[in-house]
Design a protein around this ligand. Structure first.
Ligand SMILES: Nc1ncnc2c1ncn2[C@@H]1O[C@H](COP(=O)(O)OP(=O)(O)O)[C@@H](O)[C@H]1O
Ligand SMILES: [Mg+2]
Length: 327
């Protein structure tokens, strides 16, 4: 049976993220081929190898010395798209993944409440945008991840002074996102894990340690090294009460279906007004191993199972690459 399944081609930048995925794909019987996306060539005339492609690009790849990766990935996804290749979290999902502005746009389009968000480029435009906020706000890198560039400000003057000091990093393309700060009613945020049109689980993550809340086991290892990750970020993860029947989860599932996102971890913070403000779509997600063991759900295995289900009864041994469709 194993050799009847198509190869899964994993496009990646961060090797630390690979093991949970490759172990899960292997356990489900998929042959796996790995493709580094910090160098490469894209020949439009050349068709992609047969199989399924899985986008594991990280929007924080530039922090590992891979400044080229996001832009190269964009070209590769365009090439895969134009050949009709099946890509898990393909080109549309990727454009959302690498832009907090676009995340806000799609959330709003789907009627989901977000903190007020503005993108600005250039010192004066950033300060002008800051003046339009009534209360505290955060700055973030538009192409974010790992809590990069997240700082809290109370007014435009404070931000102006910070911009004029040495050491403020506006991030890739100098695109700074200013976002209304929602003081959490309780000291946690919630992350909802979705895969293939289904709710997997939701978890709470403590906000006590700072803004770096990547659930990946690899990031937990990094957090123990202050040199690698400047935020304290001693995040703790525990199951969250929200479930698949919740209207917000239903909205997330509709958003993912409409926007071509196969796998996502979507985050919200509950404010003092009791409302849920959604601020991060990880169109690509990592699962926390310790939490997964505690609740008995292996997220990557579920993702691999979902892929297998989409193939069930739809492929033929003669040409497994072309005869299936998304479930
Ligand atoms: N608007 C906000 N109000 C309050 N806290 C926020 C807000 N946006 C982000 N945070 C906090 O910062 C963390 C990182 O922000 P996020 O936008 O998820 O960045 P990243 O994409 O780097 O993960 C969040 O998990 C949350 O704890
Ligand atoms: Mg986040």
């Amino acid at each position: 049976m194993k050799n009847l399944l198509p190869t899964v081609h994993v496009l990646y930048e961060n090797p630390a993220w690979l093991p949970p995925l490759t172990v899960a794909l292997d356990a489900e019987g998929f042959p796996v081929a790995l493709h580094e996306v910090w160098h490469g060539a894209v020949d439009p005339a050349r068709p992609p190898e047969p199989g399924i492609w899985w986008n594991r690009m990280s929007p924080s790849s530039h922090t590992r010395g891979h400044d080229e990766s996001v832009a190269l990935m964009r070209e590769q996804l365009a090439w895969l798209d134009s050949w009709g290749a099946r890509v898990v979290n393909g080109a549309r999902a990727f454009e959302i993944e690498v832009s907090k502005l676009r995340q806000d746009l799609v959330l709003r389009r789907h009627g989901i409440l977000t903190p007020r968000t503005v993108l600005a480029v250039g010192r004066d435009r950033i300060v002008e945008a800051a003046r339009t906020f009534d209360g505290p706000f955060l700055t973030k890198h538009n192409q974010g991840g790992k809590g990069l560039g997240i700082e809290l400000f109370h007014d435009a003057g404070e931000l102006a002074a910070r911009l004029d000091s040495n050491g403020y990093d506006p991030g890739p393309n100098r695109q700074v996102v200013l976002q209304q700060y929602i003081a959490p009613a309780e000291p946690f945020i919630t992350r909802v894990e979705l895969c293939g049109g289904r709710f997997l689980f939701a978890m709470q993550s403590s906000t006590v340690g700072g803004f770096e809340l990547c659930p990946a086991d690899a990031c937990a290892a990094e957090r123990r090294q202050p040199d690698v990750c400047p935020t304290d970020g001693s995040a703790e993860f525990s199951p969250a009460a929200i479930g698949e029947g919740d209207p917000l989860v239903k909205s997330y599932l509709q958003l993912c279906a409409a926007e071509g996102i196969d796998i996502a971890g979507i985050e919200f913070v509950t404010g003092a007004d009791g409302r849920h403000y959604t601020y991060d779509i990880n169109a690509n997600t990592n699962y926390n191993g310790a939490l997964g063991r505690a609740i008995g759900i292996d997220g990557m295995r579920e993702a691999a199972r979902w892929l297998r289900r989409t193939l069930a009864n739809k492929h033929t041994p003669e040409d497994p690459s072309v005869s299936w469709a998304w479930a």
